[in-house]
Design a protein around this ligand. Structure first.
Ligand code: UDX
Length: 455
């Protein structure tokens, strides 16, 4: 069997480290590049850059087995047959995705190669990026060094290792045989011989039985990623919109969601109403997709609404606090949950940050708690971010002496809170729940003034 060697750029990021560790666990000789020397030193000492269930064990075993190495030298990727690009594509002020790290990585790899490599782009990049980067390589006479394929990633944080082993589909995009301008008749066209070979090789790296494999054009692969994330975001905003009417009508959105999701054409996932979606992917990708529509002089009506509904969810939670407490100036509020979702310590683009910042700007005094984050340093926040906020070591401490508790992340341990005990520590028994963790009737029976979303 051909021994394929793997390189990963952005190897200590969420996608990169999962990719590198899982491929090394499959037996591939893997070298992961990251520009952050401090993180490389830490991982050599056994310290993970972030928490992800199941990952530490994989990394440790692969490192000890000699199948996984880390480097900050791009030249060390020289021997890799396939190099995965897993660097970030952050949002620019215009909403566009900043692809400069992807471009830099692709060109550096091409410049450093003496032999040919396949470069598989896992980073989420706007439609047309793989084509544009290939043209740039051609202009610089570097195109014989690398073949670019698009291989979008669908991992969820907190379930990334599991998602790697059990993907819903594998998508690989490559250059179509007949050169044509982006956006025209690419669907269904056959890849060039080299591109087809490269796509098949990438698809075959890990392709569990029964998992559908889509080998298609660059553009289709890039769009599949954006359309998937935008659809998930739209599902959440849709149920959040319905939640408003449900709340007014005295309904329970959780029952409505269940009833809707049982239709197999709709499916049960991503129908939980609440504070809305956040985190490093859904919002960023939605903004980038809107920007791509604008660039193409198209009007993304639905996508804009998805984003607006999401922002409204955040404002509504603050409104709910004001409805109960009046002016928030000087009020003491305990906020439960800083991570953008449970089972992660990631606060990047978490909805909790703008909500807490807004409460602070209104003059409220805030104590926060998160089971996996004990302070701003661990959260990677600078000294100026959330300054004045107190970090509590338990939800009870966060509720101590407070006028209200605001729940923002659906951590399982919050469902286990001894409500009587919490109520006894609060100065007013007000709970605004952005994740619908409790039963309103039970809360009422306990004498807690409880307000969820859509219930
Ligand atoms: C997402 C995609 O799911 C994944 O396929 C892609 O590769 C990266 O982006 P992730 O950002 O890790 O993954 O989180 P996800 O589980 O999708 O949740 C995103 C946000 O939506 C969270 O804030 C979550 O709390 C919220 N959410 C999710 C809801 O508000 N309601 C739901 O029903 C589901």
């Amino acid at each position: 069997m051909e021994r394929i060697k793997i390189g990963v750029v952005g190897g200590l990021g969420h996608i990169g480290l999962i990719q590198a560790a899982c491929l090394a666990a499959l037996g591939y000789d893997t070298i992961a590049h990251d520009k952050d020397e401090a993180k490389i030193k830490k991982i050599a000492e056994g310290k993970m850059p972030f928490v992800e269930p199941g990952l530490e064990d994989l990394v440790t075993k692969a490192m000890h087995g000699g199948r996984l190495r880390f480097t900050n030298q791009m030249g060390h990727l020289q021997e890799a047959d396939i190099v995965y690009i897993c660097v970030g594509t952050p949002t620019l002020p215009t909403g566009a995705a900043d692809c400069s790290q992807v471009q830099f990585a692709v060109e550096e790899i091409a410049r450093n190669r003496s032999t040919h490599a396949i470069v598989a782009i896992k980073s989420t990049v706007p439609v047309g990026t793989a084509r544009r980067l290939t043209l740039r390589l051609r202009e610089r006479n570097l195109s014989d060094k690398v073949t670019i394929v698009s291989n979008p990633e669908f991992l969820r944080e907190g379930a990334g290792v599991d998602d790697f082993w059990k993907p819903a589909r594998i998508v690989v995009g490559s250059e179509p045989a007949d050169p044509q301008p982006a956006g025209t008749r690419v669907f269904g066209s056959r890849p060039t011989a080299t591109a087809g070979e490269a796509a098949a090789k990438v698809a075959g790296i890990y392709s569990p039985p029964g998992v559908p494999v889509i080998i298609t054009s660059w553009e289709n692969a890039e769009l599949i990623k954006y359309a998937s994330n935008a659809f998930l975001a739209t599902k959440i905003s849709f149920i959040n919109e319905i939640a408003h009417l449900s709340e007014k009508a005295g309904g329970d959105i959780r029952v409505v969601s269940k009833g809707v999701g049982l239709d197999p054409r709709i499916g049960p996932g991503f129908l939980e109403a609440g504070a809305g979606f956040s985190g490093p992917c859904l919002e960023k990708d939605l903004k980038s997709l809107i920007h791509q529509f604008n660039e193409a002089e198209l009007e993304p009506l639905l996508l804009r609404s998805t984003l607006l509904v999401n922002l409204r969810q955040r404002k509504n939670l603050i409104q709910k606090l004001e409805d109960r407490l009046g002016l928030l100036y000087g009020k003491q509020i305990g906020v439960l949950g800083m991570a953008f979702k449970p089972e992660t310590d990631d606060v990047r683009d978490s909805h909790s940050l703008p909500i807490v910042n807004c409460l602070l700007s209104m003059g409220a005094r805030i104590t926060v708690h998160d089971p996996w984050i004990n302070g701003p340093e661990q959260a990677g926040l600078s000294e100026t971010e959330l300054s004045g906020v107190i970090w509590a070591s338990s939800p009870y401490e966060a509720a101590d002496g407070k006028d209200a508790v605001l729940i923002l992340t659906a951590w399982p341990e919050y469902r286990e809170i001894a409500l009587q005990k919490m109520k006894a520590r609060m100065s007013k028994p007000v709970v605004v729940d952005g994740r619908n963790l409790f039963d309103p009737q039970e809360m009422q029976a306990l004498g807690i003034d409880y307000q969820g979303v859509g219930i």
